[in-house]
Design a protein around this ligand. Structure first.
Ligand code: FES
Length: 284
């Protein structure tokens, strides 16, 4: 018998719906390491992004750089559907009945998609709700730690059962990703013809990061290959599942952060250019 075979198999750790809410009591310290660093960084990162999103929605201006000869539309305002967009020279729609920021319309679908993403759920359950903040750390929601719930209900009840919209919102986000790709293509358009500005590179990267996040989605991986019983009958699907969806899914957390930060950066760049704060150099 080898050394490995001598190691007894660990007992399976089942999660029981309606079971006692887990984790050690708060007084029990099982981890001497700095387990709190990651949840703290997630709180900082997500709070900063939410604050930036609110700022960009309420600023309601300088979201399109047509005034300085650039076809750059902020991803927070795309697709831009209201008459404000038509006034700015960018026409996706002309809804004159919508009186407030067009960004509110544009962020609904991506917001629903991201907020129900499996990765983001894990991060905010851990970091904001401390439920639990890390493995072997007290669950702040448990009555054992002074919380209000003694039983674990998972995502089986309202409101968390709404997290199931994720797989449906994925279909809608495919359309949004297509529109952001169109925005990247449009960024090659210059008054005298076609060219490449610094902003063009920003927009192309934005589209690449958005697709890397969208196609690495756990729901996408399942829809596109996970429910196939025999891959031998679907070689193309198998290839895509293995080399595209699973490869991206493996780094889904990374793509979640990169795409999120880059969306904010793209918007910020458009704001700088449209407001005349910086000049967007034409590279060729
Ligand atoms: S699981 Fe993250 S986007 Fe679907």
């Amino acid at each position: 018998m080898t050394a490995v075979e001598n190691v007894p198999a660990p007992a399976p750790a089942f999660v029981h719906i309606e079971g006692v809410r887990g984790g050690p009591p708060r007084s029990t310290v099982l981890r001497p390491d700095r387990w709190w660093v990651q949840p703290a960084l997630v709180v900082l990162g997500l709070t900063a992004f939410i604050a930036y999103t609110i700022w960009t929605i309420v600023r309601d201006g300088n979201f399109y750089a047509g005034n300085v000869g650039r076809d750059y539309l902020s991803p927070f305002y795309s697709p831009c559907l209201t008459s404000v967009c038509a006034k700015n020279g960018y026409v996706w729609g002309d809804w004159s009945w919508w009186r407030t920021s067009p960004a509110i319309l544009a962020v609904i679908i991506p917001g629903a998609f991201r907020s129900t993403c499996y990765y983001y759920r894990k991060s905010y359950y851990r970091s904001f709700w401390l439920s639990p903040p890390a493995c072997a750390v007290a669950d702040a929601g448990s009555t054992r730690s002074g919380g209000v719930r003694s039983r674990y209900s998972g995502e089986t009840r309202f409101p968390l059962i709404l997290q199931n919209v994720h797989r449906y919102s994925w279909y809608l986000v495919l359309v949004i990703s297509g529109i952001l790709t169109w925005d990247a293509i449009a960024s090659f358009r210059f008054p005298g013809g076609i060219g490449v500005g610094l902003g063009t590179i920003v927009f192309v990267l934005n589209a690449v990061f958005i697709w890397s996040y969208t196609l690495g989605c756990h729901s996408c991986r399942h829809l596109c290959g996970g429910n196939q019983d025999r891959f031998s009958e679907a070689p193309v699907r198998h290839w895509l599942w293995k080399n595209v969806f699973s490869a991206l899914n493996e780094h889904h957390q990374l793509w979640a952060w990169v795409s999120m930060i880059w969306i904010a950066f793209t918007d910020f760049y458009v704001w700088l250019v449209a407001s005349g704060t910086i000049h967007d150099p034409k590279l060729f």
